[in-house]
Write a protein that binds this ligand. Sequence first.
Ligand code: SF4
Length: 322
Amino acid sequence: MNNTPLVHLENLKKYFRVKEGWGRVKYIRAVESVPLDIQAGETVGLVGESGCGKTTLGRTILRLYEPTAGKIFFKGTDITHADMLPLRRKMQIIFQDPSSSLNPRMTVGEIVGEPLDIHMLASSRGERKDRIEALLARVGLNSEQANRYPHEFSGGQQQRIGIARALAVEPEFIVCDEPVSALDVSIQSQIVNMLEDMQAELGLTYLFIAHDISVVRHISRRIAVMYLGCLVELAESYELYKTPLHPYTTSLLQAVPIPDPDLTRSRKRDILEGEIPSPMDSPPGCRFNTLCPAAEKRCAEAAPELREAAPGHHVACHLFGG
Ligand code: SF4
């Protein structure tokens, strides 16, 4: 049996250089030494609040941003500095905002057909047309809609077009970057169900990014939690919900609304007080120490490492030997 993960990250870092006045330079430490394995055919949910580095991590894995340090492996091959054109076929992205990710001057057929042209995946005009129609059918659109423009579609339909474009090159790995957060709740489950069906049918592997932990719960086999650029917890989805270890994960779960008002009242809540620090001025030691209700003196002195606290359950916190 081949246990090589499809995607393997070794302490991946992405810093952005920002110029300040008087020639001073600062760095936004958007992704800080992230280790992660993603097995073929699984979905790993990546959650955390806006600005925590989730999107930057997803884009750095695809080398849409060049990593500052660390390594990216795809199917056991180090691709940190590789030519990405052939790999773009295998590694795709579905963007958060479908309206801004689709070229308004191109028809839907041109949008979905463009990757086929770039990677020369159709040997004739007839084959190209057939493939575009099959891709549109796969996401629930019809062949007549190929001649229309993105603005003629609803948000949910636009996201279906984005998904058809990602599927055109027959990828193995897709970064789903908050693919449903811009959509109505009623449409969200349709898109998530469609992504799950496609995964079962085509054997796809997803990194599914969301700021709402309840969105990733059902689609993800494992969930990774990010805070200020750091991976703070990683566990099976069920395990993370049942026994969260990191105080930040606990606070995220406590913020998920429960439909039962009695249960909401009885649930103990640790409200986090204060603002999340900027990734440009992140605190020393554990980055969560300025908000953590369990912080100790050592938390401001040394950063905890991500460690396996229970089988398959990793956490970066001094309370668990980190
Ligand atoms: Fe809280 Fe300290 Fe654990 Fe960080 S290391 S999460 S500050 S207890």
